[in-house]
Design a protein around this ligand. Structure first.
Ligand SMILES: Nc1ncnc2c1ncn2[C@@H]1O[C@H](COP(=O)(O)OP(=O)(O)OP(=O)(O)O)[C@@H](O)[C@H]1O
Length: 258
């Protein structure tokens, strides 16, 4: 069951609702060694609900990591609401959070409370205040009984929920979701989806499944590290699905994305 007033999850009551987040990428480049993933990517966009699609290997997760400031562009600039998210990590934590596809890549601490309190401490709260705020988030999600649970005893979906609680506890204005529903059963997926639809901050949602992206107003289609299309969700997703269907029906799969 969803606890209490879901509109307040991750936000204090006084927080502004869905004030757009401003993405600013200026000729951003990111390569893994010789492999250039994103090249001279330029984007100025006000985001409330943005869907991101693209083939395997097109650079979506790399873009997510750049936007979250987990990696810095090797050339160019990435700013979210004016913050250089890779350099100013403390300010970045209030601007942007990320939910990975695999919770095991995100979780650091053994227990649920420690995991939730960590991000809050990173934002500058003292240990006791961070733990109190973490307990408040657990209560809001109806999961106070998880406080002392060892995360390695939780299921994949439950770990996902821990990550979602941890990231929303920090109340970032922009939350990036990198295929958050992969591997989840239908009820867990529905529950997470409901939590997310009530998140009062802005969302960027990466998914291969257009059904996950209903309710998003804009969409960005990434192709080999370049923007293939950006605009109204319905049009971009329709064009993307048509193109993917066309490729899927072709016998020659030599054109599989690098
Ligand atoms: N650590 C790494 N070392 C080398 N190459 C990498 C590394 N991580 C990613 N890549 C390469 O970067 C490219 C983009 O990867 P990325 O994970 O951003 O794509 P994606 O669009 O998120 O893919 P998917 O839909 O499969 O999750 C791929 O070609 C991938 O092989």
């Amino acid at each position: 069951m969803i606890a209490q007033d879901m509109t307040q999850i991750g936000r204090t009551p006084a927080a502004p609702v869905r004030q757009a987040s401003q993405l600013h990428l200026e000729a951003a480049r990111f390569a893994h060694g010789e492999k250039v993933v994103l090249d001279a990517l330029t984007l100025d966009l006000a985001v409330t609900r943005l869907a991101v699609v693209g083939r395997n290997g097109s650079g979506k997760s790399t873009l997510a990591r750049l936007l979250a400031g987990l990696v810095a562009p090797q050339e160019g600039r990435v700013r979210i609401n004016g913050t250089d998210v890779a350099r100013d990590r403390k300010a970045a934590l209030g601007e942007v959070g990320i939910l990975f596809q695999n919770p095991d890549h995100q979780i650091i601490f053994p227990t649920v409370l420690e995991e939730l309190a960590f991000g809050l401490a990173q934002q500058g709260r003292k240990k006791a205040a961070a733990e109190a705020a973490a307990r408040a988030v657990l209560a809001r999600f109806g999961k106070s009984h998880w406080e002392a649970a060892y995360i390695n005893t939780l299921s994949h979906g439950q770990k996902h929920l821990v990550c979602l609680m941890a990231v929303t506890a920090m109340a970032p204005r922009l939350l990036i979701l990198d295929e958050p529903f992969a591997g989840l059963d239908i009820p867990t997926r529905a529950q997470l989806s409901r939590y997310l639809s009530h998140y009062t901050g802005n969302l960027i949602h990466i998914s291969h499944d257009p059904a996950d992206l209903a309710g998003y107003d804009q969409a960005l289609w990434l192709e080999r590290g370049q923007i293939a299309a950006l605009g109204a969700r319905d049009r971009v997703i329709a064009d993307y699905v048509a193109r993917m269907t066309e490729l899927g029906e072709a016998d020659d799969i030599a054109d599989l994305a690098g």
